[in-house]
Design a protein around this ligand. Structure first.
Ligand code: ZN
Ligand code: ZN
Length: 201
């Protein structure tokens, strides 16, 4: 349960990931998780290797890979959802959708490499960041679905219409839309091995 030291920006590089890349976006999720709203496979927006020395203080986690999973088909206006990571499976709860399925996304997805870079939090342009602190995300604390304690801030995922390896069912590049000018705030409860996902302004 170490404090998060500093944020890193997560830069999606326009290059197909190889097995030697520690951090990735896209590809196959470690566990088969389904969107609670549309039942389609969840998209691994980020897969981070926690054995990277830069991330060793990030959080205490039962798996080597930390996955931030979103639904690429209905990414707007979903209610908060939680993903609990067990030994052999991940369980998604919550996530009722208020709108409609937007995109017909091809699966499996391409996997691109992700580079970590030191980041300074700026409220107007947070982009994709891991290691954010609670004061970066005011008024948006989720409680853990399992123990009801307040969750700790972990990451912000911004809308990114570039460099995300998604295609629709016709093979045309498709933007991964994460919120309508909203940010996806990811929080964590380490004792419950649970991540919480919530859109914030
Ligand atoms: Zn969905
Ligand atoms: Zn908990």
């Amino acid at each position: 349960m170490s404090p998060i030291r500093r944020p890193f920006s997560l830069n999606i590089i326009n290059r197909k990931a190889t097995s030697s890349d520690p951090h990735k976006s896209g590809g196959m999720a470690v566990f088969d998780t389904r969107c609670p709203a549309c039942a389609g496979p969840m998209f691994p927006a980020f897969q981070l290797d926690l054995h990277d020395p830069q991330l060793e203080d990030l959080l205490s986690w039962p798996h080597r890979v930390l996955e931030l999973l979103v639904c690429p088909r209905c990414p707007l206006y979903m209610e908060p959802y939680w993903i609990r990571y067990g030994a052999n499976a991940a369980t998604v709860s919550g996530g009722d959708m208020i709108g409609e399925v937007l995109l017909d996304i091809r699966h499996p997805y391409d996997s691109h490499t992700v580079e970590l870079a030191d980041a300074v939090f700026s409220p107007g342009n947070p982009r994709h960041m891991i290691g954010v602190e609670d004061q970066h995300v005011s008024g948006s604390a989720l409680s853990c679905l399992y123990c009801a304690r307040p969750m700790k801030s972990l990451a912000l995922v911004d809308t990114d219409e570039q460099n995300v390896p998604l295609y629709d069912s016709m093979g045309s590049p498709a933007a991964l839309i994460i919120g309508d000018n909203d940010l996806l705030h990811v929080s964590c409860c380490e004792p419950c091995s649970t991540l919480g996902f919530q859109w914030i302004r």
